[in-house]
Write a protein that binds this ligand. Sequence first.
Ligand code: ADP
Ligand code: MG
Length: 417
Amino acid sequence: MRSETPREKQQRHRRRGPDADGSASYHRGDAGANGRELVLGLSSGTSMDGIDAALVDFGEGEAGGIDLLAFRMQEYPQALRSALASCCRGGDCADVARLDVAIGEAFAAAALDLLASAGREPADVCCIGSHGQTLIHLPQAEEIGGMRVSATLQIGELSVIAERTGITTVGDFRTRDMAAGGQGAPLVPILDHEMLTHPERGRVALNLGGIANVTGLPAGGSLADLLAFDTGPANVLLDAAARRHQLEGGIDEGGALAMTGAPDPELLETLMTHPFFERRPPKSADLRIVSGDYAERCWEEAADLSTADLLRTLAELTARTVADGIDRYISPRQAIDEIVVSGGGAHNAAVMSAVRTHLPDARVLTVDQVSSIPGDAKEAVLFAYLGHLALAGRCGNVPSATGAERAAVLGKIVPGW
Ligand SMILES: Nc1ncnc2c1ncn2[C@@H]1O[C@H](COP(=O)(O)OP(=O)(O)O)[C@@H](O)[C@H]1O
Ligand SMILES: [Mg+2]
């Protein structure tokens, strides 16, 4: 007998589900049943290391009603990663169009894999919130065709994800905020506020992805109090250096090699001259802030340094620019008792040690120490949250952070089947 295809299996399952009368325009899984509302979040950050997938219950839960049921990071296959890198270096429209679909396929597979490993069916899930993969982020308005526009491009075709999974898929969250005059980033403040605001302690949420971003969270503060912005590179230069020096696995695992080196003051001064560091918030960035001449100068000046000293210098750059941003823009507005760190950089001892040195008055903790949601899962949880908010018709951006003229419902919705 012919075996059932995944689609047939889902349809069979769905016929048994709460939408058995076939009347719903999109499947709502077991939303409402037992107070559960399962949403699947998908994201890949600027590091382009792989796809983070989180299955989240927004019905009842600990961290502000957010309960993480399952999380996986699925590394990109090397061929896809190389295609992304070469597209970013100089791909044409055909490359972008094809990669959009390929990344959509990879995201859909990651969603189905997560569900399988969690013992769930697509029919259990209300929606997918997918950030996609950023190819380019251009928040500074420039002229094209007689118009001045800012723009951003996250690929990972939503229609492909909805078609492969059958699940209503929400994505492309940044563009609405940008249409409302914002930077389209950072989007994480709404989740930081929900997850990490403390009634008595002032906090800063620090995410160390390819790029670093901070969210100031005054004790007991409201959404309108929030300031958040990108501070500059976190892992992007460290990863580039690790690749140039052919470190095994492409990263300095745990920051172990960097810990044996010393920062080079001259290289650090050169790197600190990047104009991004002087810009006032709202501000956001992508990998290109460290491409071209800036990176070339870095590698030239580092030619005589040991790998360990170079990595330590780049760890120091991350920490110094994070601390500068916090000291300049967040400290004047709120007390800071704790810095709560998430993202891959939290695993780098050299970066964490330098952050502690440069922010001596605050306790530096990881998200895992203060929340039931692990720091590595935070971004995927964010995009589940934004999907959940969009379907509920609730706003997802924080205008004081992005600079948008108003709060808006973010995202585009592709119905499932
Ligand atoms: N165990 C580790 N040791 C050192 N660095 C790590 C480790 N795990 C992750 N990283 C760093 O974190 C980066 C990925 O961080 P992530 O938060 O996923 O960033 P993004 O959101 O940009 O994808 C990796 O490219 C690497 O530089
Ligand atoms: Mg990542």
